[in-house]
Design a protein around this ligand. Structure first.
Ligand code: BGC
Length: 525
């Protein structure tokens, strides 16, 4: 090979090497730029979700003020502050067998509860659970209630063979219907609107118990049949919101319980209010001087709530836009979808999630329990995150740093939700003067106020099953209240208030109960 040729080859190789190096450097620069863009999206999310203690205190004040407004006049606030006509809570002395039907989340349930007559003595319970087929959530009232009545029938027929229960002469039930209902008495109420993805328009503004009653009759479970047959299902039933069931159960176990909160698929709270503070219902008289108010806090709104573009889009795409703003930020139905929207945006800004996955555009495909599993993945390689990305979103082979990014997104979304929920709880405490400040109208300072032990019953899958959520909520509660006051406030997890609580409430309102026991089973609020 001549010298000239050698030089030529060397130059060629050098040029090629330069080109390759150029491409590599170019790729790196490009990928750094992409990563920077993604970090920009993350930063924006973090800023948008910021919940400093100062901001949380503004939310607390806004909640207490809106509670006042909702109690002052009908439509005075986005908080409906619904009367429940529950003016007495269980005392613990309830005795006998009671039933509950529970509609309000992903499942319909029928329960039978045997109460022992002493505080906290639930001797036995049977539960039948049926997942609600999604098409029934937006079909006809008849289909939904027939489905429920069939479950009741099955449950009761199974029990008919059970000699012990067939001797019970009368069966009374609490019906938990966990949607906004304007109650006209403890037995009846009108559906204001649907939430949590249910949409059966014909039922809005109609009497809910009527639908249940008619469906039970269609299934042959009416009173006449009942008297002739081996059981008597008393169609007379208390109709309560799930938060009210939770409060009843909380109070059954612990008489210092003054409020109840549910953070599950949906979110809501109720509490015991003085009747004279319910200004919109002047002259309301109860034996106890108090009444449980169903706040429907899912619809709370305040300009102090930290809202992002993802929340705005989620709301616009939902079946109930401009509605349930607080619920859409804090409850299990929505958190997973907020995370999905952030990942989608990042994947549009860059290719860090690989080639476009059409799954990322499917609403609600990333359910909150999956989000929780990713958030709490403690494996060094984040294998749970990798698995869920692959199986659910069809995103494969993303590097560890991208998997860590997903965990971070879950963290930001959940932390905001939990802290806002904590602010909501303190808002209630402030309204009833249990936050150590003496209430919103008093000028008393924290040091003047003697704190009473204050119990808030709490349940719902997000709180119960999602440890990080629960921890963030507790942390924020202490931050807002301060350690000294926070030690008097106990969040007590109840188990199945919407089922057992409703049955206990049916017991405490049942005439047979007080006759049987010859004791006063209800406790003044
Ligand atoms: C409903 C409430 C219910 C809450 C928790 C909300 O969507 O409006 O009535 O208490 O979910 O189930």
């Amino acid at each position: 090979m001549g010298r000239g040729v050698m030089v030529g080859v060397t130059v060629g190789v050098a040029v090629a090497a330069c080109l390759v190096a150029g491409v590599v450097v170019g790729k790196r620069v490009k990928s750094r730029r992409k990563w920077k863009r993604v970090m920009g999206v993350l930063r924006e999310l973090e800023e948008g979700c910021e919940t400093t203690v100062g901001r949380l205190k503004q939310v607390v004040d806004a909640m207490a003020v809106e509670m006042h407004a909702g109690l002052a006049s009908e439509g005075g606030s986005k908080l409906k502050m619904l009367l429940t006509f529950v003016d007495n809570l269980p005392s613990g002395s309830e005795k006998g067998t009671y039933y509950a039907l529970d509609l309000g989340g992903t499942n319909f349930r029928v329960l039978r509860v045997l109460l022992g007559g002493q505080r906290s003595s639930i001797l036995a319970k049977d539960v039948e659970r049926q997942p609600i087929p999604p098409h029934l959530m937006s079909g006809t009232s008849e289909d939904l209630f027939d489905f429920m009545a069939s479950s009741v029938k099955e449950f009761v027929e199974k029990e008919g063979n059970d000699s012990e229960s067939s001797v019970v002469k009368k069966k009374e039930l609490g019906f938990t219907f966990s949607f906004p209902v304007r109650q006209t008495s403890v037995l009846s109420g009108i559906l204001i609107k649907w939430t949590k993805g249910f949409a059966i328009e014909e039922m809005v503004e109609k009497e809910v118990a009527q639908y249940l009653q008619e469906a039970l009759i269609r299934k042959g479970l009416d009173m006449r049949v009942a008297v002739l047959a081996y059981f008597s299902l008393l169609i007379y039933s208390e109709q309560v919101n799930d938060t009210v069931g939770t409060l009843a159960l909380g109070h059954y176990h612990d008489e210092d319980t003054v409020a109840a909160v549910i953070i599950g698929t949906g979110s809501n709270a109720c509490y015991v209010e003085r009747t004279d503070a319910i200004i919109k219902c002047q002259g309301l008289l109860t034996t106890s001087g108090g009444m449980v108010v169903n706040m429907e806090w899912g619809n709370f709104w305040s300009s102090h709530l930290p809202r992002t573009s993802y929340d705005i889009d989620l709301d616009a795409d939902s079946p109930n836009p401009y509605d349930m703003g607080f619920e859409k930020m804090i409850s299990g139905m929505y958190l997973g979808d907020i995370v999905r929207r952030v990942i989608l945006r990042m994947s549009q800004e860059s290719d860090i999630f690989g080639p476009d996955s059409s799954r990322l555009s499917v609403p609600f495909i990333l359910r909150t329990p999956l989000m929780a599993a990713m958030h709490e993945d403690d494996s060094p390689e984040l294998t749970v995150v990798a698995g869920i990305l692959r199986e659910v979103l069809e995103i494969s082979d993303v590097p560890l740093k991208v998997r860590k990014l997903v965990v971070k997104i879950c963290d930001v979304v959940t932390r905001r939700a939990a802290r806002l929920a904590a602010a909501g709880i303190v808002g209630i405490l402030k309204k009833i003067g249990r936050d150590g400040s003496g209430g919103i109208t008093s000028g008393r300072t924290r040091s003047d106020v003697k704190m009473r032990r204050t119990v808030v019953a709490i349940e719902g899958g997000l709180y119960t099953n999602y440890t990080m959520f629960r921890e963030y909520l507790h942390e924020a509660l202490t931050e807002i209240l301060g350690e000294q006051i926070a030690q008097h406030v106990i969040l007590k997890e109840t188990e199945d208030g919407s089922g057992i609580g409703a049955a206990i409430l049916a017991a405490s309102y049942s005439s047979s109960n007080s006759v049987d026991n010859d004791t006063d089973t209800v406790q003044p609020l």
